[in-house]
Design a protein. Structure first.
Length: 530
């Protein structure tokens, strides 16, 4: 069928389409994924992808070493407030352009047409790397916590090579689970969100009822501790703040599921905001609980488990509670990996359908039964498995792990900043007005968001310990340089020219002429919103 411009009313008369699909087609895309998520499922996937309970436990040892209690708690509060501001800016744009590409598509829509493909590519490539590194960090964290849980249970810990094997196995399992149609595993994501929220309450109960000793308020809110070998207090505090950024990373996950969510123009942006709010308040309660049961920092860091959070649980609540909570972290990490893989698959799929990769026509394949991007899932497993081999390098597992964390957070921050900056700079007259519009607050929120996102991204390249040598240096600059070099080579040498995401029709009542509407194939019906 030849490409033609079709009026909205004509589409409604000829095809059984929901309003969500109309909005998507106005952005230039024919619905392909199954729209079966309601508001609860959409939020659950985004919230599980951040995995604040597991993320805080993963970073707790590093935070105690670099900064201690006061920078941890106040750094978290500052990040919470500013991340909430960023989430408002992202939600405003998401409501206007609910698309699986999220920040990638938004950058392409907001940039001048001449620079649309370049802006979208940088935002999309950055977000793709951030999401892929997020999966790798959860897989690495799962293997590390499994080793600690085995030690607590009276078994030997895992060798580095064994941890790599466990991490790759988890990546494979997460990929296979995401082959299933997204709404069919919706119950798993809902259950994961409940487990995640329940984990906060269990730790708080432990603090109030089980722990025999508690540290003082002065220790929690004013104590500064530094065993990193760095003499500058401001430098140490800056490093501690970067750890808090990782704990919030990936909160735009609900936006990537927009094409599979009913009432996506309102549900997906609210999913972003609600993820930040629940993550912030839940994370603050967990952070306070951990600090109030941390009595001796040196003892925690030198514990036999090799993991600060697990050691705190053991010291404060005894062997039985400590074992239970350590295994609970593993459960949270497992669910986090499932959700993170789902989100990463969507941004990769969005890039592939616009020819951002070699062999994109094969990568954007959606299975006719599962309605999931199976080729993309296979690609992501291969890439993440390669990242999981980094701990086998002579520089050590810790150096590789923190490089992956840094890549994850920097990728997210750059991708968030680009569409927000374009919204401020271009101020498009045809920007859709939705119920998520910020009005007079749009400009100040955007300014604060860009300054924070771009300014703090530089902190991740700082050395995390002194003296700096080949074993202790921050290899992130090498990792980031390598992956962005791959992106640059792909930009210039991809045999299929990348033209960026399709742009919305100027006529608000029309679908762009590049959308080919099938005349005989009826699109799949949508499910109930709730």
């Amino acid at each position: 069928m030849d490409s033609i411009t079709i009026k909205i009313e004509e589409i409604r008369q000829s095809q059984r389409l929901a309003e969500d699909d109309i909005v998507l087609m106005k952005m230039g895309y024919l619905p392909a994924l199954h729209r079966g998520l309601n508001s609860v499922m959409n939020f659950a996937i985004g919230f599980n992808g951040v995995a604040i309970f597991a993320s805080i436990c993963m970073m707790y040892g590093f935070s105690l070493t670099v900064g201690g209690p006061a920078p941890i708690i106040w750094g978290f509060v500052v990040n919470f407030v500013l991340t909430y501001c960023i989430s408002l800016s992202l939600a405003e744009i998401c409501s206007a352009y609910p698309n699986a590409g999220a920040v990638y598509n938004w950058a392409g829509q907001l940039a001048p047409e001449k620079y649309s493909s370049l802006c979208a590519y940088v935002a999309g490539w950055s977000n793709f790397l951030g999401n892929a590194a997020s999966e790798a960090s959860f897989a690495d964290g799962f293997a590390s916590f499994l080793s600690s849980a085995l030690i607590i249970s009276g078994h030997r810990g895992l060798e580095t090579s064994e941890q790599v094997g466990v991490a790759i196995s988890m990546l494979f399992l997460w990929s296979v689970l995401n082959f299933i149609r997204v709404d069919k595993v919706g119950w798993l994501n809902n259950a994961a969100a409940l487990v995640h929220l329940g984990s906060f309450f269990l730790v708080v109960i432990m603090v109030l009822c089980v722990a025999q000793q508690h540290s003082s308020g002065a220790f929690v809110f004013t104590q500064y501790s530094n065993t990193s070998g760095i003499n500058s207090k401001s430098y140490v505090v800056a490093l501690c703040v970067t750890a808090r950024m990782f704990e919030f990373a990936g909160y735009e996950g609900s936006a990537h599921l927009a094409e599979e969510t009913t009432r996506s123009s309102s549900v997906a942006p609210r999913g972003i905001i609600n993820t930040v709010l629940v993550t912030g308040f839940g994370g603050l309660s967990l952070m306070l609980s951990l600090l109030f049961i941390t009595i001796n920092i040196d003892q925690v860091l030198a514990g036999k488990t090799g993991n600060a959070a697990c050691q705190v649980f053991i010291d404060a609540a005894g062997q039985v509670w400590g074992q239970g909570l350590s295994w609970l972290i593993l459960v949270n990490l497992f669910f986090a990996g499932v959700s993170s893989t789902a989100v990463t698959a969507r941004i990769t799929y969005a890039l592939a359908r616009d020819n951002a990769f070699p062999c994109s026509s094969r990568l954007c394949y959606v299975h006719p039964v599962f309605k999931s991007p199976v080729s993309v899932l296979i690609l992501l497993f291969v890439l993440d498995a390669f990242l999981m081999l980094l701990p086998l390098l002579p520089s050590g597992a810790d150096t590789a792990f923190y490089s992956v964390l840094g890549l994850c957070t920097i990728g997210y921050q750059i991708s968030y900043a680009i569409p927000i900056f374009l919204r401020l700079l271009i101020k498009p007259a045809d920007f859709p007005v939705t119920d998520m519009s910020l009005g007079k607050w749009s400009y100040p929120c955007g300014i604060i968001s860009c300054v924070w996102l771009l300014g703090t991204a530089c902190l991740f390249f700082l050395p995390t310990s002194f003296p700096v040598n080949t074993d202790s240096m921050n290899w992130l600059i090498v990792v980031v340089g390598g992956v962005f070099l791959c992106g640059l080579l792909n930009w210039f040498f991809n045999p299929v020219k990348f033209e960026g995401p399709k742009r919305s029709a100027k006529d608000p009542d029309a679908v762009p002429s590049n959308v080919e509407l099938p005349s005989t194939v009826e699109l799949p019906p949508t499910t109930s919103a709730e």
